[in-house]
Design a binder for this molecule. Structure first.
Ligand SMILES: [Zn+2]
Length: 342
């Protein structure tokens, strides 16, 4: 079997693509509940999850991220399934690993914000936060993950607990902060927080979720300038704006807030996500991904924009074959063409 290149080897060689968006996509497909947002699909419908992994893999993701997002003790308690916590964590990595092997992808363990950490009560809440991270990372390590990705973390203090939990197993660490405000909850600018995480041993730092490409990129550029390690940009695929910089704040005129289940009108198109990928390349982002809202078509567009041909490229659009928009329009269809053009 061909030896798998490590995350750091791949980052050295070029951009790594890390598709995410499992939570929103599984919810849309009817396999988990909006609200609690716990990855119950791992236990209840593993085939549905396997399929989505495979779709992201075929679309060009270099990473199969185990779906343990919010699969931590606090969240499992919320839905009364705490006793299934450990089995969920093991199974999620097993599924990711199984699909990753189909195209030599890396397998990542996944930890996420706990909602337990309070920067104003750091000494009191940090140990519990660490424990939540530590047990999830340990289960992921037992299943042989290649690295661990910590994400959607609002406070530098919580991110440092996550990093400590990963580093005690000597694994590469990707640590991504969530930027719903202009600073972290504990008051650091994102470039400063990322700089601190780099100093503490993170291999990749950056932002994920919350912001779409339009409002994430300016912050990413500042982070790029502030650190020497690898930088990750993993936005939601929604059209956030300077006035509504996070997907939590998006609102259509005269309507209620769209988050989290009315966001469809704000979806970015695949070509907009392709443009985002090129912007990442220009800025020097090393790890390009997608978060909430993403589908495989976005991921394929990103991969192709970065010059790759991926398994799903076999079916990439070719509108020259279209009956009305294509090269050969039958004579009897031609009188109707005006309706297709303007
Ligand atoms: Zn997200």
């Amino acid at each position: 079997m061909k030896k798998k290149r490590t995350l750091l080897e791949r980052l050295k060689a070029g951009i790594v693509i890390g598709a995410e968006g499992y939570l929103f996509e599984m919810e849309r497909r009817g396999y988990l509940k909006a609200g609690a947002y716990v990855p119950e699909v791992v236990l209840d419908h593993p085939d549905a999850l396997r399929q989505l992994h495979r779709e992201f893999l075929r679309a060009g993701s270099d990473i199969m991220l185990a779906f343990t997002y919010y699969g931590h003790r606090e969240k499992m308690k919320t839905i009364g399934r705490e006793e299934e916590l450990e089995i969920l964590n093991h199974k999620a990595v097993q599924i990711a690993r199984e699909v990753a092997a189909e195209n030599n992808a890396l397998v990542a363990g996944n930890i996420s914000n706990t909602w337990v950490y309070d920067p104003n009560r750091h000494d009191e809440t940090a140990p519990q936060t660490f424990k939540i991270f530590e047990e999830q990372v340990r289960w992921a390590v037992e299943e042989g993950v290649d690295f661990v990705l910590a994400e959607t973390i609002d406070s530098l203090g919580e991110a440092q607990e996550a990093l400590k939990a990963i580093k005690q197993f000597n694994l590469p660490a990707v640590v991504m902060l969530s930027s719903i405000d202009e600073t972290t909850r504990d008051g650091y600018s994102f470039p400063d927080a990322c700089h601190d995480l780099e100093k503490a041993g993170a291999d990749v730092v950056g932002l994920n979720c919350t912001r779409g490409p339009i409002t994430m990129m300016p912050v990413i550029e500042q982070i790029r300038d502030a650190v020497t390690c690898h930088v990750a940009a993993v936005p939601v695929t929604y059209r956030t704006t300077p006035d509504q910089p996070s997907f939590q704040t998006l609102k259509e005129p005269g309507k209620e807030r769209a988050f989290p289940i009315e966001l469809d009108p704000f979806e970015h198109t695949r070509s907009e996500m392709a443009a985002f990928a090129l912007e990442c390349k220009r800025v020097g982002v090393d790890y390009v991904g997608t978060c909430c809202g993403a589908g495989p078509h976005h991921v394929r567009a990103i991969a192709e924009a970065l010059g790759r041909t991926v398994p799903a490229s076999r079916y990439s659009p070719d509108l020259s074959q279209h009956a009305m928009l294509g090269k050969s329009v039958l004579d009897h269809n031609k009188p109707h063409l005006s309706k297709w053009k303007d």
